[in-house]
Every structure is written in structure tokens, then in C-alpha cells.
Design a protein around this ligand. Structure first.
Ligand code: C2E
Ligand code: CA
Ligand code: CA
Length: 571
């Protein structure tokens, strides 16, 4: 056989194989009741396969058309659907979700797989939709059989949502309102910690039973979890008004609650109220509005009731707007790192810089991290953002180090959600090694709340990081628990004293005393201190006088761009 003939035979054989593969694939798709989307990123090529028409009454041609699918599912599932369709936004390979289609009421399981190349750029994406209506309707029934919360005998959260949906539907027809009141016992943690979980549970039950006295056709009472209760009041007014009910609850809390073992416990409660349809027409949103105002009221000072008003609504809408834009910003990584210098209080030398993220939005200008980081934590985008922050600031730091031959500390803020990821420690060390950074020059900031939520797992990870040589800093000290006794047991190197402390220290005698005792204790524990938010000479002098090690604040340097830090390093 000559060479030419051999090539032709080989090509024919390959063609035949391709044809068979294609045939096999078609057969598999034909016998399946699912439908599929296949997308290739490089060619920007999108195809639909399988039983498409029995799911959707429109076609998708471009990748941007995926939005039509999101709009096609029931509104309560849209966020989850959006997350599922773009696993690459959080760097995942596979996502899965079960959603309800709004028109056909079908339950559909959606699976999305993304294949990446060696550089973790997405190559192909396959999305599969599978009808699971029969299975799911059964499960739904089972779920609804568990109407009640075992502990209090009140309706549970799931069933409350369903009853509230019925109530709002009725209100729509009768053109009236429904008030959702979220109730939370103040300082419940202290009761649980001080008297034990058994008493805590008993109190939860007694209080729940008291709330149950309000239940009627026009008032649904439910127990969500822990010390959180939620009520829905139909057509509120008169003896069925929110204020009246709150007043009754409040009066009751002026008397003690008696436990079986004869204790008398006093509690206070904070309530947040959102009205249908004023705050929202969506049941889940209504509940979360009432929860948000309840939390706000707690921050302002507990034992009160707070209504969701137009100002809060505007803020809420603004947050939704930012949250939507945030997804795009994450997709394009439209962020920039700023760095705020920290100086040694004794000699004025540069101690280090804190990396602080900046987001310049084309419409809204600068959006503060204080505003968007909590939203990113809520929707999970903090994971890719945080990953980018780590890599970008370490790369910049190593460049400075090389150009100016100076070493100092790079401090990076890490959110609790990031620490919680199983691969956090491994990934972080991977980046440190990739850029050949000396781990002693890296410091991670953590907040007390992050620790309290997940103490054991967190301290274990912090220990691993410290064993590797990375420094750990406790951020915002003085705003949370601030218990000096537990500082001893924490694997930390640095304590950052919060701005609120620094602000009041000169005017308030008590803060002054606390600050000085913190300093004494911290020194004995061998921790380094950094005071944050130092704005005046007087504060600086005072902090020096009590031997605070380092100073960070507008007085000595604002957060600034990479270029400005270069100038600082040059001088
Ligand atoms: P933080 O960690 O407590 O950061 C200190 C904040 O105080 C920064 O605000 C800084 O610009 C500001 N600040 C510093 N000195 C002064 C001063 O003298 N006066 C006043 N009024 N403010 C001062 P920024 O940059 O807006 O960051 C706000 C918060 O956002 C940070 O608080 C941190 O919790 C979070 N954040 C910022 N960047 C990141 C990040 O990359 N990752 C994570 N997870 N969180 C970040
Ligand atoms: Ca910080
Ligand atoms: Ca701080």
C-alpha cells in the first residue's frame, strides 16, 4: 500500500468513527426526556439539544439568552437559578439546583458543568434540565406534613411562608395590607451561655406559647429557629394592630417568665415590621425586610419596634441594585487595591500596609467596601473577590519588594466565608509559594464575629497558617465580644484597636480605663498592637503615651493607590 492510499484509509476510518460517535450521542439524547445546552466559549457557539420544547416555549441562541431561562422560573428561585447557570463566576466545575418553572409549574432539576483549561479559563459548558415534578411534588407534601415546630408547637418557617403567601393573596383580592413582624429575644446568647441550653430551650418554648395566644384567623404565629419568631397580621388595626400587639408583648416582658425549676427570667425583645404590599409583594422579601429592620433596631439599641419605611426601602433597593451590578463586576474583576500605611509609633518607620479593596462603578462612582463586601458575603461572590484580593496584593507587594528592596508587612482582610472553605489554607499557601513571598511578611486580618461562629474549625486553620509563618491579626477589636480572657487562647499575633475606641478615648473616662487595661494585658500576652482610624495629633500622642505599637489612620496616611505607595517607598 502506498503512502497516499494509507492516508486516505486512515481518514475514512476516522470519519466513520466520528459518524458512529455522533450517532451514539444522538441516540442517547433522543431516548432521554431531558434537554441540554452546550456552549463553547472560544467559538462562542451555543446549541440546544433534546426535548427542549417540552420545557421552554422559546429558544436560546446566544449565551446572553440564558437570562430568559432565569426569567422563566418562579421568582422565588431566580437567584439560585442564576447562580447555577454560571458556575465559572465562582470558579466551580459543577452546580445543581431544583427550581419551579413559573408557567407550567414543572419542577426542573438543572445541572451545569464547566470544563476549564490548564489556566482555569472556561472551555465548554453543558447545562442539563430534567423534569422531576413527580418526585418533587411527593417531597413537597412530606415537607408540608411537618407543619409544626417541635419545640414550641408553633408553625415552622416553611409552613409560615406558605400561610403568609395565602394571606397576601387574600389581601390582594380584598385590597388590604398584611404586617409581618419579626421578633427576636435580646441577648439570648447570654441566657444560653449563663443558664445552659436546657433553660434556653424552655424559655424559647414558654415565650412561644405566650405568643401563640395572639393567633387567630387573622394572625399567624410561627417559630423560625432559636430565639426568632415571626407573626403575620391580616388587615392590621385596632386590637389587631401591630403597635397594640407589640405593646402587649412588651408589657409581658416586664414580668418574669418562670421555668419548671423555679427560676424567674426577665427578657426583652426587639421587633421589625414590614408591610405587604408597601415593602414588597414577595413573601420571602417581606420576611427578610422585617428581619433587616429588626437587626437594625438591635444595632441602635434593642427593646424596641422598628418599621420598614421608605428610607429603608430605598436603601434596600439600592442594595439589590448593587448586588446585581456586583455580579458583573466580579465577572470582569472590576476592582482595584488600595493600601493604607501603618507606622511604628516609636520611630515613625513604615510597619506595613493594609490592603483595602476599591470598586469604581461607571454609574454610581466609588462604592464603599463597607457596603458591598457584606452583599458579596451574602451571595457568595466574596470567594472569587477574596481570591483576587489575595493574589493581586501579593503580586503588587512582591513587585515593590523587588523594586525598592524594602520589606514590611502586607495585611489582607479575609472574610469568614473565605476561611470556612476547606481549601482556603491550601490555596493561600499556594499563592504565597507562587510569588515566593516570605510568609512572615504576610498578615491576615480576621474579625471576632468570624471566630465566634465557627470557633474550632477557625482556630485550627489559623494554627496551620501560623505554623507556616503567616501572621494573624484580630481586626476591629472593641466592637464585638472583646473578651480579654479568651484572647489568651487564640492563635493571633496582632490586635487592631477599632476606630470607635480611638474616637472616644480622649473624651470618655471609661474608654480610657478600658484602653489602658487592654494595653497592659496585650503586652503581657506578647501581642503587637495597631490603633486604627487615628485622625488627630492628640490621639496620636495619647496612643504613644500608653505604648501602642503602631498607628494607622488618615492623620499619617490615607488608603492610596499602588502608584502612591511607590512614591512613599521611594522617599
Ligand atoms: P476595616 O478592615 O476596619 O478597614 C479600615 C477602614 O477604615 C477602611 O475603610 C479605611 O479606609 C478606614 N480608615 C482608615 N483610617 C481611617 C481614619 O483615620 N478615619 C476614618 N474615618 N476611616 C479610616 P474601607 O477601605 O472603606 O473598608 C471598609 C471595610 O471593608 C474594612 O474595614 C473591611 O472590613 C472591608 N474590606 C475592605 N477591603 C476588603 C477586602 O479586600 N476583603 C474583605 N474581606 N474585606 C474588605
Ligand atoms: Ca481590616
Ligand atoms: Ca478594622
Amino acid at each position: 500500500m502506498n503512502e497516499m492510499q494509507y492516508q486516505v484509509d486512515l481518514m475514512n476510518a476516522m470519519n466513520e468513527k466520528l459518524k458512529n460517535d455522533q450517532k451514539m450521542m444522538n441516540m442517547i439524547i433522543d431516548t432521554s426526556t431531558s434537554c441540554f445546552i452546550y456552549y463553547n466559549y472560544e467559538r462562542d457557539d451555543l446549541r440546544i439539544l433534546g426535548e427542549w420544547d417540552s420545557y421552554f416555549d422559546f429558544n436560546v441562541k446566544r449565551i446572553s439568552d440564558l437570562q430568559n431561562i432565569i426569567d422563566f422560573v418562579d421568582e422565588n428561585y431566580r437567584d439560585e437559578m442564576a447562580k447555577c447557570l454560571y458556575p465559572e463566576r465562582s470558579g466551580d466545575n459543577h452546580t445543581s439546583v431544583t427550581v419551579r418553572l413559573s408557567s407550567s409549574k414543572k419542577w426542573v432539576e438543572c445541572d451545569c458543568n464547566v470544563i476549564y483549561d490548564a489556566k482555569h479559563e472556561p472551555l465548554d459548558k453543558v447545562i442539563r434540565f430534567k423534569d422531576v415534578t413527580v418526585v418533587n411534588d411527593k417531597n413537597e407534601e412530606l415537607k408540608y406534613m411537618a407543619y409544626y415546630d417541635m419545640m414550641t408547637g408553633l408553625y415552622n418557617r416553611n409552613y409560615f411562608i406558605r400561610l403568609l403567601a395565602d394571606m397576601t393573596e387574600r389581601a390582594k383580592k380584598e385590597n388590604t395590607r398584611v404586617a409581618v413582624m419579626f421578633i427576636d429575644i435580646d441577648d439570648f446568647r447570654t441566657i444560653n451561655d449563663g443558664m445552659g441550653l436546657v433553660i434556653g430551650d424552655e424559655l424559647m418554648m414558654i415565650f412561644g406559647q405566650f405568643l401563640n395566644d395572639f393567633s387567630s384567623d387573622d394572625c399567624i404565629v410561627s417559630h423560625f429557629n432559636g430565639d426568632r419568631y415571626c407573626m403575620a397580621i391580616y388587615n392590621p388595626g385596632g386590637l389587631n394592630s401591630v403597635d397594640y400587639i407589640y405593646k402587649m408583648i412588651r408589657n409581658r416582658t416586664r414580668q418574669p417568665f418562670n421555668t419548671a425549676d423555679g427560676r424567674e427570667i426577665y427578657i426583652k425583645v426587639t421587633a421589625g415590621v414590614a408591610m405587604y404590599p408597601d415593602a414588597s409583594e414577595n413573601v420571602l422579601e417581606l420576611i427578610s425586610c422585617s428581619e433587616i429592620v429588626m437587626l437594625r433596631a438591635k444595632n441602635k439599641g434593642k427593646d424596641v419596634i422598628q418599621y420598614f419605611d421608605s428610607e429603608l426601602l430605598a436603601e434596600f433597593l439600592q442594595n439589590i441594585n448593587i448586588e446585581n451590578k456586583l455580579k458583573d463586576a466580579v465577572y470582569d474583576m472590576n476592582f482595584e487595591m488600595y493600601y493604607q500605611p501603618q507606622f511604628d509609633a516609636s520611630n515613625g518607620n513604615l510597619r506595613g500596609v493594609e490592603a483595602l479593596i476599591r470598586w469604581h462603578d461607571p454609574d454610581d462612582g466609588m462604592i464603599s467596601p463597607a457596603q458591598f463586601i457584606p452583599l458579596a458575603e451574602k451571595n457568595g461572590t466574596i470567594v472569587p473577590i477574596g481570591q483576587w484580593v489575595i493574589e493581586d496584593s501579593i503580586r503588587t507587594y512582591m513587585q515593590w519588594r523587588q523594586d525598592y528592596n524594602r520589606s514590611f508587612i502586607l495585611s489582607i482582610n479575609i472574610s469568614a466565608i473565605q476561611y470556612k472553605r476547606d481549601d482556603f489554607v491550601k490555596k493561600l499557601i499556594g499563592i504565597v509559594e507562587k510569588y515566593n513571598m516570605d510568609p512572615k511578611e504576610l498578615e491576615l486580618e480576621i474579625t471576632e464575629t468570624a471566630l465566634i461562629d465557627n470557633y474550632n474549625d477557625m482556630t485550627e486553620k489559623l494554627k496551620l497558617l501560623r505554623d507556616y509563618g503567616i501572621r494573624i491579626s484580630m481586626d476591629d477589636f472593641g466592637t464585638g465580644y472583646s473578651s480579654l480572657s479568651y484572647l489568651k487562647s487564640l492563635p493571633i499575633d496582632t490586635l487592631k484597636i477599632d476606630k470607635s475606641f480611638v474616637d472616644t478615648v480622649l473624651s470618655d473616662e471609661n474608654t480610657n480605663i478600658i484602653m489602658e487595661s487592654i494595653m497592659g494585658m496585650v503586652k503581657r500576652l506578647g501581642l503587637e498592637t495597631v490603633a486604627e482610624g487615628v485622625e488627630t495629633e492628640e490621639q496620636l500622642e495619647y496612643l504613644k503615651s500608653i505604648n501602642c505599637d503602631n498607628i494607622q489612620g488618615y492623620l499619617l496616611g490615607r488608603p492610596q493607590s499602588e502608584e502612591d505607595i511607590k512614591k512613599l517607598l521611594k522617599d
